[in-house]
Design a protein around this ligand. Sequence first.
Ligand SMILES: NC(=O)C1=CN([C@@H]2O[C@H](COP(=O)(O)OP(=O)(O)OC[C@H]3O[C@@H](n4cnc5c(N)ncnc54)[C@H](OP(=O)(O)O)[C@@H]3O)[C@@H](O)[C@H]2O)C=CC1
Ligand SMILES: O=C(O)CCCC(=O)O
Length: 484
Amino acid sequence: MTVLTDRDLLRERCFLAGAWIEADSGERVAVTNPATGAVIAHVPRCAEAETERAIAAAQAAFPAWRARTAAQRSALLRRWFELIVENREDLAILMTLEQGKPLAEARGEIDYAASYVEWFAEEAKRLYGDVIPAPQADRRIVVVKEPVGVCAAITPWNFPAAMITRKVAPALAAGCVMIVKPAEQTPLSALALAVLAERAGIPAGVLSVVTGRARAIGAVLTASPVVRKLTFTGSTEIGRLLIAQSAGTVKRLSMELGGNAPFIVFDDADLDAAVAGALVSKYRNSGQTCVCSNRFLVQDGVYDRFAALLVEAVAGLTVGDGLDPATQQGPLIDAPAIAKVEDLVADAVASGARVAIGGQRHALGGTFFAPTVLTDVAPSMRVAVEEIFGPVAPLVRFTDEAEAVRMANDSDYGLAAYLFTRDAARVWRVGEALEYGMVGINTGLISTAVAPFGGVKQSGFGREGSKYGIEDYVEIKYLCMGGL
Ligand SMILES: NC(=O)C1=CN([C@@H]2O[C@H](COP(=O)(O)OP(=O)(O)OC[C@H]3O[C@@H](n4cnc5c(N)ncnc54)[C@H](OP(=O)(O)O)[C@@H]3O)[C@@H](O)[C@H]2O)C=CC1
Ligand SMILES: O=C(O)CCCC(=O)O
């Protein structure tokens, strides 16, 4: 394996109640490098019993953690942030090894992940309440914010670090404690973050990371009355299941689920900017991002020109192992992922779409898929309806603004949307008409810790990052003082 400066960051045990443990069964799961198929590590295959112990440890740790002052919690989070930044290169290498994204993108994700910790270290100190003018002279009404309590996070493989910090940091800032179940494909980044949290001095039980059997761990987390909140990022299908499972304990939930982002290019757009935006929003992380553009809606007048420019730009993308500095697009995460992308492209072609570039597995083999542009795509084709999660840009034609908005909103999803135009009035009209939680205007990159990330419709609910993100981890309590 590529040498880490600090080998201690590569952990093959879970972090539970401040101890590094094996699974009770002794079973382990292999972690593979998607670029080579090589096994790079093993992690414990934990199940019900270990999850129960993590919950008990969190419950035990909660009173002391919530009792610390906001400034004390903030200082520990700040230290965690500094350690993430100091270990940026090792964390990025680990991420590329287990996830496949190019090293430059992995470094970017570590910075992004760290920025959530930095942000919420600051927000911890600003969790203000309210004083409400009372209707009676002898009363005072005060609103305070209290931590929700024991929280659980189930996270995906596409952003192995950032999806953890943007849940853990606001939770800990608010005074909650957290159990994380990372994705099976990418546990090493989660465990390395736990190493750094431990080094930062975050007390035992405040943060646990349990790897292993998703269904068993999820069942215990959702059924437990001790766990007061579940936050999930992943597929809509599993989100629905977790919502149903949480009904029995009436848990608070945050769901960041799938997307089908429209990327709308109007006739008056700056086409060079639109192509640059398309590249970053479509091909970053090999298209495996819930906010990736899933369908390009391009107006008649610029359709052919935009397609030609996009194909030219895509032809210049270098595909390869993420550890190679020349690589701009890595492999897909695993065999089912590439099979799904291949199937969607085949379905589109069979229905009349044209492959302008790519359209098949890359010559490198394995799970590498050629960066692809499809033209003559109809909005009803599966490739424009389902979440692709791969480097495929389907180009759909539209005639006028009303049609673009109608097509864009014709989806069960509502996470991110993008539009490119030079018309300021249209920016407002279309920006407001889009039924999405986030809208990128003349940009393909909207993710930042300072803005609220989240969706509407079947893309989920709750917001992460920004001043709103911490609210998902607090309960509002009102104190009514009478007889004054
Ligand atoms: N919104 C987003 O950012 C993401 C969307 N997706 C979409 O979902 C598709 C499938 O990806 P996939 O990785 O299977 O996504 P999943 O939704 O299956 O996985 C996300 C997380 O949920 C866990 N999980 C899976 N099943 C259960 C369960 N029954 N109970 C509790 N936790 C569970 C997974 O654990 P484990 O890994 O151990 O199975 C993982 O930690 C992608 O192609 C993409 O379309 C995927 C990832 C992120
Ligand atoms: O794809 C996801 O699951 C989260 C989006 C990453 C980002 O914050 O941009």
